[in-house]
Design a protein around this ligand. Sequence first.
Ligand SMILES: Cc1ncc(COP(=O)(O)O)c(C=O)c1O
Length: 421
Amino acid sequence: MSELTRRPSVGAPQNLEGRFATRAAGMQASEIRSLFAVASRPEIVSLAGGMPNLSALPMDMMASVVHDLIADQGAEALQYGSGQGHPKLREQICEVMALEGIRANPDDVIVTTGSQQALDLISRIFIDPGDVVLVEAPSYVGALGTFRQYEAQVVHVELDDKGLVPEALRQAITSVRATGHKIKFLYLIPNYQNPSGVLLTADRRTEILEICRKEGIFVVEDNPYGLLGFDRPSPNAMRVEDSENVIYLGSFSKTIAPGLRVGWALVPPSLKEKLVIASESSILCPSNFTQMTISSYLANQPWRDQIASFCQLYKVRRDAMLQALEDFFPASATWTKPGGGFYVWVNLPPEIDTKLMMPKAIVAKVAYVPGTAFYADGFGTWAMRLSFCHPTPERIREGVKALGHVVHEELARRGGTLELS
Ligand SMILES: Cc1ncc(COP(=O)(O)O)c(C=O)c1O
């Protein structure tokens, strides 16, 4: 081997400090990611991850959809496609959105690799380092990670059991503007919010839209859980009331399957070109194969019934979790009562630090996500997110019972410490 082709010895430690771009400093593994390895051990009841429960999805049916697609349209499905997304799927996406009142033109839909990619594209075209993004308090960990990578300042706005508080939004806008920073958009999850499970009320939707329109702030409405309402349909999407100022994000991850990685953005026409160019420069085009799989599934299978069976599966698990919390958690704890989605948010007394408590929970064979994961500013030490989407109702009860013991012990220990101090 010549000197020119000789590779450096494998495994030699390299000091890369100073060689990364500045923005790489903001790239940190999320608290959820580092938890996954532990939480996925079979003996642990994981109330941590938000993985959709695919046990209700008939795999033989999916297999035949994929088989027929390749047999009949393989040459197209396995080829590059349009940067904006497959035209037929964009039409079908408009039918899906019509369930939440949206009347959209397929020309304004951009298909993405999961809605996570849409978040990345929006951040890329809007955020300069130091710009402000307003988000609910708490908010989706994956969005916080994306905003951090683009060096945004994330400002949290109060959320209560009716969703984002409009008055708090007004105050946040005033105080950010007083510092001279630009607010690029408000990011919110109006339906069965991740991580709180809260549903934004219809009158607050209107008020928030009015505030943002008046202040010239785009609203990014992230809606992966909107069709997963258990007890009644969700209110209309915010995009219904404002097609000029709302960027709507949708996903098939929770209503079909996340492995297909198909989501979308419905954007005001003025933004479309920039987003398509941004998407093409990162992925050329979304996968034709998975888009066409979804398209044939939507065309030939009873997808509305499938969503109804997912809702039934999650509702039973939600009920099991709420009952177990009632039975095993201390009276000083409070939690949300979600009408859909995957998550319950639990507030414990402030002397408890849920991150420090985590190793004890793992010993008790249960995992959750500490509240701080959902804040950009270290807030939320006394809170935790519990997801009910994956384990069986029996395992959920077992896990919440074990966690309840850990919390009781922690409270007793803290009480003891306080007496001594
Ligand atoms: C609120 C929210 N937005 C976006 C995503 C990303 O979804 P996708 O699988 O479509 O990328 C998730 C996934 O959990 C989510 O909870």
